[in-house]
Design a protein around this ligand. Structure first.
Ligand code: C2E
Ligand code: CA
Ligand code: CA
Length: 746
């Protein structure tokens, strides 16, 4: 009997070699089957194939070596092609195995091992009968052992080495790629969250900054903790969705979110963009669109919206609404004098006072530079509006504090009641503005209700303004000349040119009415230029070298080419510059002191004289006298008319004359209507007098141009006994007096 164990134990070295080969094969296969972190499907297939090949080869080899270790005591050999069969079988099975499941792999592996074993055994040929050696073609056993053993060992070692090098390469590559990826992610402006099944698996730097926390606090947390209500979106192409990002301190940050596919199956990337700045700027823009940035009060747009609401509410509640239009008096002068910052301080304080005065249901808004408005809703009218207007006037007149200095300022208020002042918001506003202007006409710090007549006045004004546009073209303007004389000799020193407008339908319109309109409608410059040219041309034709005084409105004065215009007119008309006197009012100077000084200096450089008109009616006539190079002042006729029954007025006139003397300025007293006034002015040494007593404004044709007769034909004895202002005015507007009657002093 043949005992197999006995046979094997005859060659321990071969048994050991078989075991070693098998162990090596097993180790290599296991090593190959351990998947790398970065493996894709292809790499995993290659690994599986290589593992099976290795395992097959190893088992086959160890099997073969095992058989070689078998010493049956009989000659035996291998059938070459047959013994290679299991190997070929195993390799052929690999392709099939690559894509199969673990169960299939196990089954095929078992089949391969079994087939291998039996085919290996089948390839062995034992010659039991003859006991003689086999055909010389059979491979000798020793050669086989050495070849199979060495080959196997070599292949397995190489595979093992290759596998670990490949792994190391892959690991390195993974590390580099991971680092590159992290750098890229961290460099992104947007926050990035990598999530799987609703949990955060990684974040980039921007995201951690956005969330105000570190990676540790984020990884592993449910995404919905960070962004409550977040809905996982299937598609990557959808619109960004807005959410709130919850910060650790409890605050929320508005964000915009977009979903992207993640790097591996099942994971997603959430791109998170911070919207805080955008939202803040949107809010700021919204606020700016509705509120005044300086005072924080609603602006005109919001005010109108509030007014519409208040009117609608009033209709339903059957309660009254009043609109109070508040305008600061002479704010322009004050802010010009004290500077823009001080002006802004006044506006802020005014806004605070108004806000403190109103009830919760009311609205106060800033509508213009120094214009405010109050909507007083759901009130008992007109009593409550009157009370509020009274209060506004009183409290706005309290001193304002600028740099610890008290500054005086008043306001005028116009009150329009709904619906008497208008049923629509814009009409009501217009009415309140009209009422405010009406109040201002009465002086500073006053208030007034809107009255229907004001509307008519405005419409008349508008149509007059319209007619003014064509008046110049159609030759409706003319000039009157009023003399000013030396009080002692009654000799004529010059004439003041006064504009007249004969309206085709309305007749003569007083300049006090149309000059402000011409200024408002932007027509004063061409009209003023016409006056200047006409007056200069007229005066140049006179035989006597008397002065021609021309009134210059503020709009003309601030016009950039004014100095050039005057020079041009003088050149054109040939009038010597020292015969032209320009009369300007305080209002001309207050808008832009520096520029005004420059213009005045340039005009004086031409040789033209400058007179300050209506002296004493402004607010700071004295300070302007110090600042600007005047040649003359004209005392306003209100002082002169007061002289008779007001001893204080005489004192003031006397003081003005004395002061002008010390400043070496000429003084003209305007509006001299009585002998008594003339006597007083003579006594105080006034330089010139002008008024109805001495001569009314007359047309050029009515003037005596003869040099010899330029001396006023009146002496003290022939002066009219008395000319009352009323009589004078009606006489002036009446039919133009004949030359003869003018010459005899009317
Ligand atoms: P003003 O410059 O103060 O002119 C004097 C005004 O007083 C004239 O009124 C004149 O008719 C009037 N007047 C003269 N003497 C007496 C008097 O004894 N008693 C009374 N009660 N009034 C007297 P007028 O012509 O109606 O002009 C009014 C204002 O219109 C002028 O005041 C002046 O500011 C402006 N104005 C007149 N012509 C022009 C002009 O060509 N250009 C500009 N910019 N303004 C002009
Ligand atoms: Ca004047
Ligand atoms: Ca005047």
């Amino acid at each position: 009997m043949l005992r197999v164990v006995g046979c094997i134990t005859q060659d321990y070295a071969l048994v050991a070699l078989a075991c070693l080969v098998c162990l090596l094969a097993a180790h290599t296969s296991v090593r190959l089957l351990t998947p790398g972190r970065t493996d894709d499907h292809r790499q995993r297939a290659i690994r599986t194939c290589a593992a099976l090949l290795t395992f097959g080869t190893g088992v086959w080899s160890s099997d073969l070596i095992g058989i070689l270790a078998f010493h049956p005591g009989l000659p035996f050999s291998f059938d070459g092609p047959l013994c290679a069969l299991p190997l070929i079988l195993a390799i052929a099975a690999m392709g099939l195995l690559a894509r199969r499941s673990a169960g299939w792999v196990s089954a095929f592996l078992a089949l391969a091992v079994t087939v291998m074993h039996f085919t290996a055994m089948a390839s062995v040929r034992l010659d039991l009968e003859s006991g003689t050696a086999l055909a010389p073609a059979a491979t000798p056993k020793t050669v086989l052992i050495v070849a199979v053993g060495a080959g196997c060992f070599l292949i397995l070692s190489l595979v093992l080495a290759a596998a670990s090098t490949f792994d190391r390469y892959l690991t390195n590559r993974f590390a580099v790629e991971a680092r590159r990826f992290r750098t890229l992610a961290d460099a992104a402006f947007e926050g990035l969250i990598f999530e799987r099944e609703g949990r955060i698996i990684d974040t980039n730097l921007a995201m951690r900054e956005l969330a105000g926390t570190d990676a540790k606090a984020l990884v592993g947390r449910p995404l919905a903790d960070l962004i409550p209500g977040i809905v996982r979106q299937p598609s990557a192409n959808e619109q960004p969705t807005e959410y709130d990002l919850f910060l650790p301190d409890g605050r929320r940050r508005p964000v915009e979110i977009l979903w992207r596919d993640g790097p591996d199956r099942g994971s997603r990337v959430v791109a998170v963009r911070d919207l805080s700045r955008q939202k803040a700027s949107e809010a700021r823009t919204k606020r700016l669109a509705r509120f005044d940035p300086l005072t924080g009060l609603p602006n005109r747009e919001m005010f109108e919206q509030q007014l519409r609401k208040a009117l609608a509410l009033s209709d339903r509640a059957m309660a009254g609404v009043a609109l109070l239009y508040v305008d600061l008096d002479r704010f322009g002068v004050v802010s010009e004098a004290l500077g823009q910052a001080a002006g802004e301080q006044i506006l802020i304080q005014a806004a605070q006072r108004l806000t403190a005065m109103i009830r919760e249901a009311d609205t106060v808004a800033r509508l213009g530079r120094d214009e405010f408005a109050i909507i007083q809703s759901l009130t008992e009218q007109p009593t409550e509006a009157a009370a509020l207007a009274e209060r506004v006037v009183t409290e706005m007149a309290l001193p304002y504090t600028i740099d610890d200095q008290p500054i005086g300022m008043t306001a005028c208020v116009g009150v329009a009641l709904y619906p008497a002042g208008g049923t629509a918001a814009p009409d009501l506003i217009k009415s309140a503005v009209l009422a405010m202007r009406g109040a201002r006409d009465g002086g500073r710090g006053r208030w007034r209700y809107f009255e229907p007549g004001m509307d008519l006045l405005l419409r008349t004004k508008r149509s007059l303004g319209h007619d003014l546009r064509t008046a110049l073209k159609e030759g409706q303007f003319s000039l009157n000349y009023q003399p000013f004389v030396e009080p002692a000799t009654l000799e004529i020193a010059g004439y003041e040119a006064l504009l007249r407008w004969d309206h085709p339908e309305r007749g003569r319109v007083p300049p006090a009415e149309f000059i402000p309109l011409a200024e408002e409608f932007g027509l004063i410059v061409p009209i003023g230029n016409w006056v200047l040219t006409t007056a200069c041309a007229e005066a140049a034709s006179w035989g006597a070298p008397v002065i021609i005084a021309v009134n210059l409105s503020p709009a003309q004065f601030v016009q950039p080419g004014i100095v050039g215009t005057v020079a041009e007119v003088l050149r054109e008309t040939g009038l010597p510059p020292n015969r032209l006197e320009l009369e300007i009012t305080e209002g001309t100077l207050m808008d832009d002191t520096q520029n005004a000084l420059g213009v005045l200096t340039s005009l004086k450089a031409l040789g033209v004289k400058i007179a300050m008109d209506d002296f004493g009616t402004g607010y700071s006539s004295l300070s302007y006298l110090r600042k600007f190079p005047f040649d003359k002042i004209k005392i306003d006729r209100s002082f002169i008319s007061d002289v008779e029954d007001d001893t204080e007025a005489e004192t003031i006139v006397q003081a003005i004359i004395a002061m002008s003397r010390s400043l070496r300025l000429d003084v003209t007293a305007e509006g001299v209507e009585t002998r008594q006034q003339l006597a007083m002015l003579r006594a105080h040494g006034c330089t010139f007098v002008q008024g109805y007593l001495l001569g009314r404004p007359r047309t050029a044709a009515q003037l005596d141009r003869n040099t010899a007769k330029m001396r006023w034909p009146l002496t003290d004895n022939t002066l009219p006994r008395l000319v009352t202002p009323v009589a004078a005015r009606s006489a002036e507007r009446g039919p133009v007096p004949s030359k003869a009657s003018a010459a005899h002093g009317r």
